[in-house]
Design a binder for this molecule. Structure first.
Ligand code: CA
Length: 243
């Protein structure tokens, strides 16, 4: 997707960050409209019909979580939040209020573009289930519930599969521990984070060449997990032996 053909609304009060973002967005072919506070951002949202929102959580006139809650009352537009490093609690609160993903400052142009493309892809296919996910050597066929690595079928337990399927449905985006526990194990298990650690470990053993340095099933420290998209294929003989 070289020309994303989408309008991004950038809500950020810091002039320097706004300039950095705008020049990178433009360079990558995105159209961009700017707002320097929540009030004018919400106005632009209603008047300019952007395709996505990039929202700084630290705005002068409104708390970022309030902005998200406000937008979600009338719009399903993808929201990418920008947050300062170490504020995991804020990221989780923003995701739970309805944001789709986040970037931690400072971030690279490449990361920014990858996140936006993942959001746009998901938004454009929403309503139609994307049946087959491919990243590097990993293929997940959701319609057939089949998983393969370098064309060899991988046998997963039902829970391992359900966990992977959740990540596939949001490929490239972060999913919180709470979201995964709730959707895979049920609302009564949202505190049982050890389930998630154990099953993620099992999945990595089955799907990763080096489970300690995963390239598909990525950890977002303190927040959750993310399935990497567009991993480049590895040589066949580098892959782990499959049972
Ligand atoms: Ca700010």
């Amino acid at each position: 997707m070289n020309s994303p053909d989408a309008l991004i609304l950038l809500i950020e009060d810091d002039l320097q960050t706004r300039r950095f973002l705008k020049s990178n967005l433009t360079l990558n072919g995105w159209a961009c409209t700017e707002a320097k506070n929540a009030q004018s951002g919400l106005e632009s949202l209603r008047q300019q019909f952007p395709d996505m929102v990039i929202l700084d959580l630290g705005l002068p006139d409104m708390n970022g979580i309030e902005v998200i809650t406000h937008i979600r009352q009338y719009s399903e537009i993808p929201i990418l939040i920008l947050s300062a490093r170490g504020l995991e609690v804020d990221k989780i609160a923003a995701l739970e209020a309805g944001a789709d993903d986040y970037l931690t400052k400072p971030f690279s142009n490449g990361e920014l573009n990858a996140r936006l493309l993942a959001l746009l892809r998901r938004a454009r296919r929403s309503g139609t289930l994307h049946d087959v996910f491919v990243s590097g050597e990993l293929t997940v066929n959701l319609a057939q519930r089949r998983v393969s690595l370098a064309n060899q079928e991988v046998h997963l337990t039902p829970i391992e599969y359900n966990l992977l399927a959740q990540l596939v449905r949001h490929a490239g985006l972060v999913l919180t521990h709470r979201h995964l526990l709730k959707t895979v194990w049920g609302a009564e298990h949202i505190q049982d984070s050890h389930y998630l650690r154990i099953y993620m470990g099992q999945l990595r053993h089955k799907l990763e060449l080096d489970p300690a340095r995963p390239k598909y099933l990525l950890t977002e420290v303190g927040v959750g997990y993310r399935l990497a998209v567009n991993e480049s294929p590895t040589a066949l003989n580098d892959l782990p032996k499959l049972a």
